[in-house]
Design a protein around this ligand. Sequence first.
Ligand SMILES: [Zn+2]
Length: 332
Amino acid sequence: MLLEDGPGDGLPRGADNRTLYRKVSHLPPRSQVRMRSLLTRRRVVLLILGAVFAGLFTLWRDAITRNRSVADEPFHIGGNLYYVGHTGLASYLLTGPEGHVLIDGGFPEHGPLIARSIAELGFDVGDVKILLNSHAHSDHAGGLRYLQEVSGAELWVSEGDADVMAAGGRGDRAVGPARFLWHLGALRFDPPRVDRVFQDGTVVRLGPIELTANVTPGHTRGCTSWSFPVRDGERLLRAVSICSLTLFPFVPLEREAYPGINEDWRGSFRTLRELDADIFLASHTNWARLHRKRARQLAEGSGIAPFIDPEGYLDFIRRSEQVYLDRVEPET
Ligand SMILES: [Zn+2]
């Protein structure tokens, strides 16, 4: 079609078309007509395929956006620890007399939902002084910009994830070839301001609140599992929130991700096993069966007890490690 749309002499527009025209113009007249119609048909097919792909992508993105805006009930886990996440994407609030700490901001549209959950629990989002993150993916970091703006809190990000966080999700090597999805808006989020960059073992303090950064890389280069004490009456329990042990499908670990990713994964399983968790938390609620535990807490009036789950914690690590080993062994 473009051939006919060219300038008055029938020439196509654009450098590529000019090249094609040169090729066509060397052929005898009959072959020229056939070649032109072939080129036209090919363009029409490409246009149709492009339109179908764009339509399907839009439908997929809209469906995902709808499904990820399901508000969860906020609730008290125990001590100074609260759940304020949405759509099964965990956000945890640790409260204290000198201000609060919030771990993770969910998807971009979760920012206002998290702020509302904090208010429903009787706290002021303006008292959140420190924002932390498990990893710089749009489902855990997407709402941080909004939450930073409404609270004025400082955002601490691990060294391994700082660049991706500051770029709104762009350039994440751990997702391999799926990086191109960022350009389609799928992994993208409004970048928050990165106030502090930390390394493995850093302790974040705010009054009596104390969290240790355990960098457990693999899912992202700076994936951080946070550990912290939670006081329950006389007892001091240890909570660990696992960043993520999910492997991306279709990403050959050494070739498409980043060099050293396998050592990172092995080290992360080791680190998490040694952390000695009483309270099993994670960046996705289903990994720690958090809502099931909440239902038990409500039914039994048992306070923090259902969330004390060291066996579930170790079992999750064991199962995730097996998935990793099954995947990596055929590769090496
Ligand atoms: Zn992730």
